[in-house]
Design a protein around this ligand. Structure first.
Ligand SMILES: Cc1ncc(COP(=O)(O)O)c(C=O)c1O
Length: 405
């Protein structure tokens, strides 16, 4: 088969308003004078999207009328077929509510299914917009922290049992696969998690945006496929945006088999005033459909490239910096690195990374208190960029340690 992609290609994203590379955003997040950091932070990829995506958009673009549009009808069968093929999940079209992103969807869900003062469970260290969605809407965070057991993270089910009993708990947000720790939860782990929530009437919000980014040797289980009871008690967020690098197109969906929950959220979103009660965009739906239908070989190659990036990164970091642990990556393209054993406090570490190594990373503390001392590296970039960043980090840390024995 002819391959028209090359993940080694370096593409200049400057001047495209790419959030990850934008000097203004880098300065705003990391501080004055940080506009030139090499960015391995926000979770998008420095790779071109598949050609089929561009072709589908160009075809529609040529029409030159971009008036009020429904979600392109190709989106639904393409999504349904993808989930059937890749995840053995039979989605009924009527279960799909389109949304302009998973983060907006989580905010709507929080607003729709809880009241101010209610509690929502999250499992830190975890993707920080979950905490913001809860707090910004006047709800309370109830943490069920993940724990490190041996060389990997696990859920703390005893703690979850205790906390889920609280009658003020209305929902639990599951990150599956988990950003930032890179776990692909096993079916057994999901069963235990789901059973505890359901027994206590806690709605499960399963964010599965990374579910297509599963490294060789691991298997993702879509939460609602576990049983009919699980399906009836869950709202699952999915998108093609992480998989095919389409996040700027603002297209995602939530899948809700339960009619009552679906109707409630539909009414809620309609009251927010989206055109035709539909979230998403003209080009978002077209691009997702094209990718689902035509870019499977691209994704399969991407996963091999990401695996190789990870193998290089883990080996290099752990051999160059004894005491540093790079957690095994099962899913996502985000490596979670424990720097706690190298004897530098968190603030010093940030200074070294930004002022000496000149890299922009997601700092562990953003993901919760148990993220302090960790850094998250985005590996979805050409190997030469990753190598440059890893070498800069290693050399900056070694310099510091040599000068401050
Ligand atoms: C777990 C998780 N959920 C949601 C998002 C973002 O979703 P969206 O861009 O659809 O709002 C991300 C992006 O990094 C993520 O990691």
């Amino acid at each position: 088969m002819f391959k028209d992609w090359n993940f080694d290609e370096i593409i200049d994203r400057n001047g495209t308003a790419a959030m990850k590379w934008d000097p203004g955003v880098l300065t705003a997040i990391f501080g004055t004078g940080k506009e030139n950091l090499l960015p391995l932070w926000v979770a998008d990829m420095d790779f071109k999207s598949p050609t089929v995506v561009r072709q589908a958009m160009e075809k529609r673009l040529a029409h030159q009328i971009y008036g009020y549009s429904l979600i392109d009808p190709s989106y639904f069968p393409a999504l349904i077929s993808w989930y059937q093929r890749r995840h053995q999940w039979r989605i009924d079209e009527k279960w799909i509510l389109t949304t302009p992103g998973i983060v907006p969807a989580i905010n709507y869900i929080v607003q729709c299914f809880s009241n101010p003062g209610d509690k929502i469970i999250i499992q830190p260290p975890v993707y920080y917009p979950f905490a913001r969605a809860i707090q910004n809407n006047g709800r309370r965070i109830l943490e069920n922290p993940l724990k490190i057991v041996g060389d990997h993270y696990q859920m703390d089910f005893a703690d979850l049992e205790n906390k889920a009993k609280d009658p003020r708990v209305k929902a639990a947000i599951l990150c599956s696969p988990h950003n930032p720790v890179g776990r692909v939860w096993t079916r057994e782990e999901l069963e235990t998690f789901g059973n505890i929530c359901i027994k206590n009437n806690v709605l499960i919000v399963s964010d599965e945006i990374h579910c297509d980014l599963i490294l060789p040797g691991f298997k993702h289980t879509c939460f609602p496929t576990i049983s009919e009871t699980f399906a009836q008690n869950a709202i699952t967020g999915i998108a093609a945006s992480k998989t095919f690098n389409l996040a700027g197109l603002q297209q995602s969906s939530v899948i809700i088999p339960n009619t009552g929950l679906r109707q409630a959220l539909f009414n809620y979103i309609e009251n927010l005033g989206f055109a035709n009660s539909i979230g998403g965009t003209l080009f978002g739906a077209i691009s997702a459909a094209a990718a689902y239908d035509g870019a499977e070989p691209w994704l399969d190659d991407l996963l091999v490239y990401l695996q190789d990036n990870f193998t290089y990164f883990k080996t290099y970091m752990e051999t160059q910096l004894p005491g540093v642990t790079v957690y095994d990556l099962q899913g996502t393209y985000l490596a979670w690195v424990d720097f706690r054993n190298i004897g530098l406090d968190d603030k010093k570490m940030t200074t070294i990374l930004e002022e000496d190594a000149h890299v922009a990373l997601d700092h562990g503390e953003w993901f919760g208190e148990n993220g302090i001392g960790f850094e998250r590296f985005n590996l979805a970039c050409p190997r030469s960029i990753l190598t440059k960043a890893a070498e800069a980090v290693v050399s900056a840390i070694k310099n510091h340690t040599a000068n401050h024995p």
